[in-house]
Write a protein that binds this ligand. Sequence first.
Ligand code: G6P
Length: 612
Amino acid sequence: MCGIIGYIGNKEAFPILINGLKRLEYRGYDSSGVALLQNNESIIYKKKGKVSDLENFIADSDVSGNIGIGHTRWATHGEPNDVNAHPHTSLNGHFTLIHNGIIENYGRLKDVLVSVGYTFKGETDTEVLVNLIEYIYMRGNVNAELAVHYALAKVIGAYGLVVLCKNEPDQLIAARKGSPLVIGIGEGEHFIASDATPIVEHTNSVIYLNNDNVAIIKKNELTLKTTDNDELTPNIQKLNLGIGEIEKNGYAHFMLKEIFEQPRSIKDTCRGRISLEEKSIRLGGLHAVMPKLIDAKRIIIVGCGTSWHAGLVGEYLIEDFARIPVEVEYSSEFRYRKPVLNDTDVVIAISQSGETADTLAAIELARSAGATVIGISNVVGSSIPRETNAGVYTHAGPEIGVASTKAFTTQITVLSMIAIELGMKRGTLTPKESNGLMEELILIPEKLERIIKMNDSFEKIAALYKNANNFLYLGRGYFFPVALEGALKLKEISYIHAEGYPAAEMKHGPIALIDENMPVVVIAAKDNSYEKIVSNIQEIKARKGIVIAIVTEGDTVIREMADHVLEIPKADFALAPILAVVPLQLLSYHIAVMRGCNIDQPRNLAKSVTVE
Ligand code: G6P
């Protein structure tokens, strides 16, 4: 979603801003812009389309200046066009603003401003806010900082914002409520951004803003306050992120790099957490809530998109190993119904980014109802880990491709560890069973390496079906969520319509779609319902459907029936979703490449969805 970058210091701001915008492209956006302070005037360039369109548009312009802000916009209020792109400037030109989030009461604020003579160029809520700041500044005869404070007191909604005032050209003012912001501290310079990716190449000293923080950022000075104007002591942290982690390192796309990274990321997720000698799993972040988890009457898993799919696998794992009832809900549904919750419930919120607005709202609801809330997130310092009672980081490393891959497999890895640990502590797994599962988990990275080596075979199948209009994905048990995730991957990046279904449900509807043009991907690795899925394959073949089957290596039965088989190594079937999803990721990837799609930034999608 929207991205923010700002700079104040002695260097030329523009190269830092434009490079920062490129680093933020992965979040998903439809327009971009920059504002630079030149001779006490704010100069704005903005353009619909990619950052490269903005660069071309500015090519012959004067982009000098040591203070500036830049933004990538993902449209919410008003269509994506040059006018609605950020930065926005106020009517009399005193203020320039970039903003992530949504000002919910912007309509009422706009009416007030119109009644005192303000006019608007576009349809955004941000343009309303920048004019409100200016109105207060001029009318109240206050300085820029106070004008921002007073304006924010009138705002209902969420924001991460940075303000430039041309009359006070030695500072940037930033504020956060709901939408993340991080300040980078350099030598005689400061950076501000919506996440650390544009900052990491400049400094690794950062301050994460908390909700209701306002920062007054000067070249050599930084003041942190609450929105009530009380001064705070900044908590400077070290970024644990290398520049190599946010670059493609020779891969054609981030998505491919991230698929290939999965053996390593799963090792990192397990590192120091599984001890085969001590026959134990140690998830330090859950230590304090372990008694609650062990005695939980019910676990509710919430998440969105791919994280919700991981939650479904978690349901199977926890019920299987720990025998605790589990429900899995879309965060967006959970937050708006009236879920029955009490203090014996544990809610597990799963989110790669740690910033998804619906999941954050679900957490708030669960907490206020007295439930224990655990976060599973990939981004250290993001909002979800900060808002939960306890949690586990996935340690997948930065995921830049919009279509989630390594986050999914590491989320399942964490859920497996939680389920095994609970199974041991509740006595629902025998020592033999838990040891066997831990040994299996340790072997997963090496098995993934073997799957990745078969990349060429996935590419060959992709070439055969790249022009299909529809795909069906079927699986049973643990492989049903994998079918959903496979279909989602294909939709997201190739724009081919795809549906995931529990295989047995096929005959209640989707079977009507099957003919000789319908590729059906069946996840048919060996598990306790193997015979059933073999029957499902026969039902598809009887209707001339094309079967692409994911099978356990050595399977001869399905090889006879299916049009194509893709083998995955043998594994305990509870852990096999981590393996089975990888051929599906690669199949989607190759199809999308062959269709000429934008792999890492698919149309309309955002990496982290910070609005509802
Ligand atoms: C967006 C992303 C998906 C992701 C979902 C949930 O839709 O494009 O890849 O699964 O958000 O994001 P989260 O960061 O909460 O896992």
